[in-house]
Design a protein around this ligand. Structure first.
Ligand SMILES: CC(C)(COP(=O)(O)OP(=O)(O)OC[C@H]1O[C@@H](n2cnc3c(N)ncnc32)[C@H](O)[C@@H]1OP(=O)(O)O)[C@@H](O)C(=O)NCCC(=O)NCCS
Length: 241
């Protein structure tokens, strides 16, 4: 199977949404934040993800998708993989570094309002948040904010990997690494650090270590006895001669 890495286009959003939904269905943070499976509304969640992708595109975030270019079959651990051309099998979404001293631009501010408005319309259209436990969402936001304050000591900011997801059919084939590479290479050229968070310790910590990240902190989002652990990792620039 042949896979290309291309910048996300608006027409890729539905495929990217489906890919992320599948890649994260067993993700510990996802299961913690959507704690009642009977309340989960997949369409509401898709609408929210689509609004976020649109926001990312409008803000000029580096978002890449891995797409199947040729319909051929390939064997992976004796399993036939058949995916039609154009299928999105991976998504990598980064935020560019923002220096601590810079203020938010008016265009990003406007996009945040548009995103909030879209989410409000989604709440009306789907009668709620589709099973997202709002209390847990805000616990996560607060814990994440505190982690950034304690870990982000580079005043130039960090390339922040917001989402990385690869379809299970093509995992372990180098797709995730390719989705990370363009930004990691840029970071190396600029001498800038990269940062990510993963709620899946195994095997992700190992996978990201292979890409040059180091585990710097384990944080916990606790809602009573239900705790979601998050692994914070930093990649320092590699200087290539
Ligand atoms: C994490 C994820 C994106 C990795 O993508 P991937 O395409 O499978 O990773 P790659 O094939 O590019 O592998 C990258 C490196 O990790 C290694 N690796 C891959 N799977 C591994 C595993 N299960 N255990 C140990 N190492 C592994 C590869 O050998 C490669 O190392 P190398 O460059 O030295 O050969 C993918 O597993 C995924 O989508 N998981 C579910 C969603 C998720 O958890 N996303 C991350 C949220 S932060």
């Amino acid at each position: 199977m042949s896979i290309e890495i291309v910048p996300l286009a608006e027409t890729d959003i539905p495929g990217a949404v489906e890919c992320v939904q599948k890649a994260f269905e067993d993700d510990p943070y996802f299961c913690w934040a959507f704690d009642d499976p009977s309340q989960f509304n997949k369409q509401r969640n898709a609408a929210s993800l689509a609004a976020h992708f649109q926001y990312g595109l409008n803000c000029g975030c580096p978002i890449s998708v891995a797409k199947v270019t040729r319909a051929s079959s390939e064997t992976k651990t004796n399993r036939e993989i058949r995916l039609p051309p154009g299928s999105v099998v991976g998504v990598g979404w980064w935020y560019s570094p923002k220096a601590a001293s810079t203020t938010q631009t008016w265009s990003v501010w406007a996009q945040e309002w548009i995103l909030s408005f879209r989410q409000l319309l989604n709440n009306i259209r789907f009668f709620g948040r589709g099973g997202l436990n709002i209390r847990r969402y805000w616990i996560w936001k607060q814990v994440q904010h505190e982690a950034h304050i304690s870990l982000w000591d580079d005043p130039r900011g960090y390339h922040f990997c917001n989402v990385l997801g690869v379809s299970s059919e093509v995992r372990g084939m180098g797709v995730g690494k390719k989705l990370m590479e363009s930004v990691m290479d840029l970071a190396d050229q600029e001498g800038m650090p990269c940062y990510l968070e993963s709620s899946k310790g195994y095997p992700n910590v190992q996978i990201y270590e292979k890409m040059g990240f180091h585990l710097v902190k384990e944080i916990e989002c606790a809602d009573g006895p239900d705790v979601c652990k998050i692994y914070c990792m930093i990649r320092y620039p590699t200087f290539k001669i």
